[in-house]
Ligand binder design. Structure first.
Ligand SMILES: Nc1ncnc2c1ncn2[C@@H]1O[C@H](COP(=O)(O)OP(=O)(O)OP(=O)(O)O)[C@@H](O)[C@H]1O
Ligand SMILES: [Mg+2]
Length: 264
């Protein structure tokens, strides 16, 4: 499905600001895999997503999606097949456009040249898929009027509507209050189960990373330092993860805050 081979990313190479953000990453993801990505701040998680989505070019290595080498494909082309949601709820939708226009635009994704049209059938479809988040009667409201949680739910719905081959979720509930985070996460789980999406999800919540999905990877200093899947993953505990992180890093942390939130 997704094959990442020897991917390295160096920012500002050859300067005093040189930063090796990814070092020789190798990762194979199968169709239907749901991979949780954990690791401390600056460990390279978002950079890995940026390489997959084509936001920045790789310094070395190759990325293949469904047998097609996409290493040099521009971001907008990859976006037809790769859906991405960020932490910031304002990023995935246009504030000054209505919910239905945002949705129609996202439906059109991948169908270049088709005229933008919004008929009754589409509106009914939108209403139906907005119902679980209670937005079904607000099709004409501008997205800027929505709360952060509602907006993130809409972004998720839009990303899933275009049936991406791969869904990249970058701490997409981190900016929401606990109640909204739970709603958006439940929606995420529902869509992934229902549509059998292949997905990668960055989270700082280790308990959640253990419970969600079938695979887990831990990153540190631009490398994948731990991988677990299936039963091994399900049987992990947060103290296990912290112990293994300490062992690999050969460092001691006062508590799991070091791994969860602080840069280290
Ligand atoms: N566009 C960029 N230009 C220069 N350096 C960058 C850029 N993006 C990331 N970096 C650097 O690469 C390293 C990895 O950053 P990245 O954003 O991938 O970390 P992360 O694991 O997503 O962290 P967080 O948990 O804080 O989101 C960091 O040292 C960061 O400063
Ligand atoms: Mg990040």
């Amino acid at each position: 499905m997704l094959d990442i081979k020897h991917v390295t990313k160096v920012f500002f190479p050859g300067t005093v600001n040189e930063k090796v953000a990814l070092q020789d990453i190798n990762l194979h993801i199968n169709e239907g895999d749901v991979v949780c990505v954990i690791g401390s701040n600056g460990s390279g998680k978002s950079t890995l997503f940026n390489m997959i989505a084509g936001t920045f070019p790789v310094t070395a290595g190759t990325i293949t999606l469904d047998g097609k080498d996409i290493t040099k494909a521009p971001e907008y082309k990859r976006a037809f097949e790769i859906g991405r949601i960020f932490q910031d709820p304002t990023k995935g939708t246009s504030a000054n456009m209505s919910i239905q226009d945002n949705m129609a635009l996202s439906l059109r994704k991948g169908m270049r040249g088709l005229k933008y049209s919004l008929n009754q059938e589409k509106k009914n479809f939108f209403r139906q898929i907005l119902e679980p988040v209670g937005l079904q009667d607000r099709l004409e409201d501008n997205v800027g009027l929505l709360s952060g949680g509602q907006r993130q739910a809409l972004t998720l719905i839009m990303a899933c509507m275009s049936h991406p081959k791969l869904l990249l979720l970058d701490e997409h509930t981190a900016a929401l209050d606990p109640a909204n985070a739970r709603i958006v996460m439940e929606l995420t789980e529902k869509y992934i189960a229902q549509e059998k999406f292949t997905a990668m999800m960055i989270t700082h919540n280790m308990q959640f990373a253990i419970e969600f999905g079938n695979r887990l990877i831990m990153m540190d200093e631009g490398k994948i330092i731990l991988e677990a899947s299936g039963d091994e993953k399900r049987n992990l505990t947060v103290p296990d993860l912290i112990a293994r992180f300490r062992e690999i890093r050969n460092k001691d942390f006062a508590d799991d805050e070091g791994l969860l939130t602080e840069g280290n």
